[in-house]
Each structure stands twice: as structure tokens, then as C-alpha cells.
Design a protein around this ligand. Structure first.
Ligand code: 0X9
Ligand code: ZN
Length: 408
């Protein structure tokens, strides 16, 4: 491929991020590569790199020496700095983040305190046998055909903030049901299902040594002895295509086949069972983006009407959280993610939010517990909007229709 002459490479400062090697012995680097087009970024994604941040003239990722060599081998120049080791215990320094058992306990607590509207459920077990658990919220729990909004977090282990936001959303909806007429009318006419930790094995592994490991994937032991499948490359649409790696050691390893992993199988079967699911939001971190399908191709979704719905909803939600709204492929191609599958197979209007911070300078994957509350607050309105629009997402194309009037 073309060789790229790099003029401006910005030294990457990683003062607020921490790390141990992902396979214990490997030093990790924070890497900046000067690239400016989606095609160049896809070329890097195709080399098995998990791009964390896209700037107008560069991208950032976290990787090993081998990752750096692969990118240099493509002709790109890089600037890398070692990630320092700094003990950042979880849950001591970051004790307000929820580990797996605390997440389950929080969901149990919500269900216990609000038995009429909240029930905890499991969608299946992770590879290491943890229940992948969620909560169903509805003022009409006996009706099983209500329009359904689905929220998920933590496909990627190190993205701990993506657990906190859906967890807080569950608390917010449950706590405000009796007192907030908007929340009450939404829950009385809809079902909200929230699964905050899709990848519990990875999330637990990331915090298992008292230092964050920058772990992304699940904990599959691959045939070559490396660990992990990227769950957000393991879904069925476009599986194995651009921006997904066939190399098991890669952070974007797609796995041996679509839905090879118990975690994605569980999501697939559970989402298929939500017969009236119309909207879905998969929380990730970071970069402050609102993304919609397709991500595995530069092509638009086949329906121009659906494309308009995605764009209208995405841009509307951005007015509240101030994130950048865009079609996923404008960033770089990535195949086999949740949203492309959910839209393609089930025509669910499925979004990815890349939460706070905006960049590595705000702490990257580990922004600190002080990020939890403001990030949640910024995303309340977008979440309520999605729940409102679950009744009829196409109503967004006619702004004169007040969505609350559509509630039967
Ligand atoms: O690469 C991903 O899976 C997501 N970014 S992250 O930094 N959280 O890993 C973005 C997925 C967006 N979808 C596509 N670009 N297809
Ligand atoms: Zn992610």
C-alpha cells in the first residue's frame, strides 16, 4: 500500500493513564499515527489495531511493539510512548466503579426496592461461567409486547465507564418512576431492558491485579495460546471483513466464526427474543461519539428512510450530550459489531455511544470515578429520547408529531 510521508507527529502524553502489559510481560505503548482519511484509518484497522481515538490528522491506539511494527510496516510513521505502570486499584482508587459482583448486587438492589417495575434476569453465561445479567423495567410487566428499548454496556473489558452509565440509567428510571410523570408514562407504555456488563470475564480480568491491564476482549483461550476474542467483531453482519483481525493475538480478533462466543450468542438470542425491540444503544468508551450503521462498509444502509432515521436520531441526541454524530464507517471500517447485526437482521435502530472522555488526555479508558456522574447526566436525555422513540422510531422524520402523543 501507499507509503505515507508523515510531517507532524504529535508526542503523545499519557499522564493520566496506567497500565500493565496485556499478557503480563508485554510492555504497552500509547501510539499516535499521522493519518487523515477513513481509508488510511481502515488500513490500520485492517492490521488488527483497535483504534481508540480519531483526530483530523492522526489516530491513537494502545498496543505492543509488535503492533507498532505492523503499522510501521504499512509505511506509516508513528510516535509511541511507554505506558507507565501505576497502581490504580479498582475498587480502591476507583472504588465507585462497579466490578462484576457489585454490578449484580446493584441490579438486585434495584429489583428488590422496585419489585413492581423491575426484575433482574440473565441472558446466559460468559465463557468463564458468570451470569450475564440485566434488568427489565416496565410499569406494565405483564404485557410482553411493549415497544422495547435495549441498553448494553461493556462489550470491551477496559471500558468500565460503559458499565456505570447503563447501571445508573436503571437506577434513575426505577427511582423516578413514582415521582416523574415523564418516566412513569414511558415505563407504563414501554419496556426498557438494560444489560450493563456483556463481558464480565474481561472486565474482571482487567482489574484483577490491582493495576489496569488495558484488556479489551473476552477471555477465550485461543488455539495458539493467546487469549481473547473481540466481542464487537464477533457478530454476524459482515463478519470477518474490514477492520477485524484473523490473528488471535490481535485486539480486534474476530474469533473463529460469527457468534463463536457465549457472550455474543447470549446477546443474539436474547435480542432476537425481544419481539418489539426497536432501538438499541451499546455503550463503549471513549471519544464522545454517536455512531450508527453501517460500520463494516462505506455503503449506506439500503433504506434511505432508515438512513434518515439514524441521522435524525443521532444528530438529535448529539444536541444533548454534545458528542459527534456520524455513521460508523466515517471513523474507520470495523466488521461484526453489535449495531450492524442488530439493524441488519432485526431492523433495530442500533447506536454505539463512545462515552467520555474526548481523548486520551482526559484519561482514555480510565478517566477516574469523577467522570461517572457528569457522563451519566450528559446521557440522560439521549437515553430518554431513545426510550420515547421506541414506540415508533420513524416518527422522528415528522418532527410535528409529539412522540408522547403516540403513547396509547
Ligand atoms: O471499534 C469498536 O469496536 C468501537 N470502538 S472502541 O474504541 N470502543 O473499540 C467502535 C465500533 C463502531 N463500529 C464500527 N466502526 N463498525
Ligand atoms: Zn469499545
Amino acid at each position: 500500500m501507499a507509503r505515507h510521508s508523515i510531517s507532524a507527529v504529535i508526542a503523545f502524553l499519557c499522564f493520566s493513564i496506567v497500565g500493565f502489559a496485556r499478557n503480563q510481560q508485554d510492555q504497552l505503548y500509547s501510539v499516535r499515527v499521522s493519518v487523515s482519511t477513513a481509508e488510511q484509518r481502515t488500513e490500520i484497522a485492517n492490521a488488527g489495531i483497535a483504534i481508540d481515538k480519531v483526530f483530523s490528522d492522526s489516530i491513537g491506539f494502545i498496543g505492543t511493539k509488535e503492533d507498532i511494527k505492523r503499522v510501521e510496516g504499512l509505511g506509516f510513521s508513528i510516535k509511541a510512548s511507554e505506558l507507565p505502570r501505576r497502581a490504580l486499584d479498582f475498587p480502591s482508587d476507583d472504588k465507585n466503579f462497579h466490578n462484576y459482583s457489585e454490578t449484580v448486587a446493584s441490579l438486585d438492589e434495584i429489583a428488590k426496592n422496585h419489585p413492581k417495575i423491575a426484575q433482574r434476569f440473565s441472558i446466559g453465561k460468559s465463557l468463564e461461567g458468570r451470569e450475564i445479567t440485566g434488568i427489565r423495567l416496565s410499569g406494565n410487566p405483564s404485557r410482553d409486547s411493549l415497544p422495547t428499548a435495549i441498553f448494553m454496556g461493556c462489550h470491551h473489558a477496559r471500558e468500565h465507564l460503559s458499565v456505570e452509565v447503563p447501571l445508573k440509567l436503571a437506577e434513575y428510571l426505577a427511582n423516578n418512576y413514582e415521582t416523574d410523570s415523564r418516566v412513569k408514562s414511558l415505563l407504563d407504555t414501554r419496556e426498557v431492558v438494560i444489560v450493563p456488563m456483556i463481558n464480565p470475564d474481561g472486565a474482571e480480568y482487567d482489574i484483577s491485579s490491582g493495576s489496569y491491564k488495558y484488556w479489551r476482549k473476552n477471555r477465550r483461550k485461543n488455539d495458539d495460546g493467546t487469549y481473547g476474542v473481540d466481542l464487537n467483531r464477533n457478530y454476524g453482519k459482515g463478519f470477518g471483513g474490514a477492520g477485524a483481525s484473523s490473528s488471535p493475538s490481535s485486539d480486534t480478533y474476530h474469533g473463529p466464526e460469527a457468534f463463536s462466543e457465549p457472550e455474543t450468542q447470549a446477546v443474539r438470542d436474547w435480542v432476537r427474543g425481544r419481539k418489539k425491540a426497536t432501538v438499541l444503544l451499546s455503550f463503549h468508551t471513549f471519544s464522545e461519539l454517536i455512531l450508527w450503521p453501517f460500520g463494516h462498509t462505506y455503503d449506506q444502509v439500503p433504506s434511505k428512510t432508515d438512513q434518515d432515521v439514524f441521522e435524525t436520531m443521532g444528530k438529535k441526541m448529539a444536541t444533548w450530550n454534545k458528542y459527534t454524530p456520524q455513521k460508523s464507517s466515517e471513523l474507520y471500517l470495523a466488521s461484526g459489531d453489535t449495531t450492524d447485526w442488530a439493524y441488519d437482521e432485526l431492523k433495530i435502530f442500533a447506536f454505539t455511544f463512545e462515552l467520555t472522555p474526548d481523548s486520551m488526555f482526559g484519561g482514555g479508558f480510565y478517566p477516574g470515578a469523577e467522570a461517572i456522574e457528569p457522563t451519566f447526566k450528559a446521557n440522560i436525555e439521549p437515553a430518554l429520547y431513545l426510550i420515547e422513540k421506541a414506540e415508533n422510531p420513524y416518527s422522528v422524520l415528522n418532527e410535528s408529531v409529539d412522540p408522547l402523543r403516540l403513547i396509547p
